[in-house]
Design a protein around this ligand. Structure first.
Ligand code: PLP
Length: 224
């Protein structure tokens, strides 16, 4: 058994059955993705639209592609055409642009709202306050081709696991409150995407429904 398959088997054994895996394949070759696909993973995440579209074209149709990196407005068309989920929606304006483009392409696209929970300012997303202060019920009602399916967040890059846990806990609370407050009539608001290779166990502990792991499956990324 090769190491990608072994890594996946080990993860699947340990992960609770109700938590899904997004295999983060940025910088990995189509061959590596194919190995992971053959080992049973069907959802892959990319942080750049062009790389996502190129891999989608080179790989089996049965793969679901998630966009997990910041989406620029000039790439919305390509993102809507190739992704099945956009996890990194970080503004109301972007949400509207995705909706119009999806209507034009006659498709329904699932989106997550990215929330900024980390210390680092480089990470994008809505603030917790913005999520709390927005009437998402009327927002969602105004969208014809986007389904808001939940929240996504990235914890601080730190060795302080108490800090990471408290960030995940805040996001998890926000997810449950927002679902109750605004999405009780939207049955598809069910996803809390949090947890990466270094912190996925804590994220799952705190209520994650979807982890995004790259290194854990494919090994260390070569930095370019
Ligand atoms: C790269 C990336 C991941 C995966 O990181 P690993 O540490 O390799 O698991 C998860 N989420 C986002 C948004 C990423 O950009």
């Amino acid at each position: 058994m090769n190491s990608i398959t072994r890594n996946i088997d080990a993860l699947v054994k340990e992960l609770p059955g109700n938590v899904s895996i997004v295999a983060v394949s940025k910088t990995r070759s189509p061959e590596e993705v194919l190995e992971a696909f053959n080992a049973g993973l069907h959802t892959f995440g990319e942080n750049r639209v062009q790389e996502l579209a190129a891999k989608k074209a080179a790989l089996p149709d049965g793969i679901n592609w998630h966009l997990i990196g910041h989406l620029q407005s000039n790439k919305v068309r390509q993102a809507v055409a190739s992704a099945s989920v956009i996890e990194s929606v970080d503004s109301i304006r972007l949400l509207g642009m995705i909706d119009s483009e999806a209507a034009r392409q006659k498709k329904i696209i699932d989106c997550l709202l990215q929330v900024h929970i980390a210390l680092e300012e480089t990470k994008s997303g809505f603030s917790i306050n913005e999520i709390e202060d927005t009437d998402w019920t009327s927002r969602a009602a105004s969208l014809t081709n986007v389904r808001i399916c939940g929240l996504m967040g990235i914890a601080s890059f730190t060795d302080n696991m108490d800090k990471v846990r408290s960030e995940f806990r805040s996001l998890s609370r926000l997810y449950r409150e927002t679902r109750l407050r605004c999405f009780s009539n939207y049955g598809w608001f069910t996803q809390l995407s949090m947890g990466m290779s270094g912190d996925w166990r804590i994220a799952v502990d705190e209520g994650s429904t979807m982890i995004r792991v790259g290194t854990l499956i494919f090994g260390e990324r070569i930095k370019k």
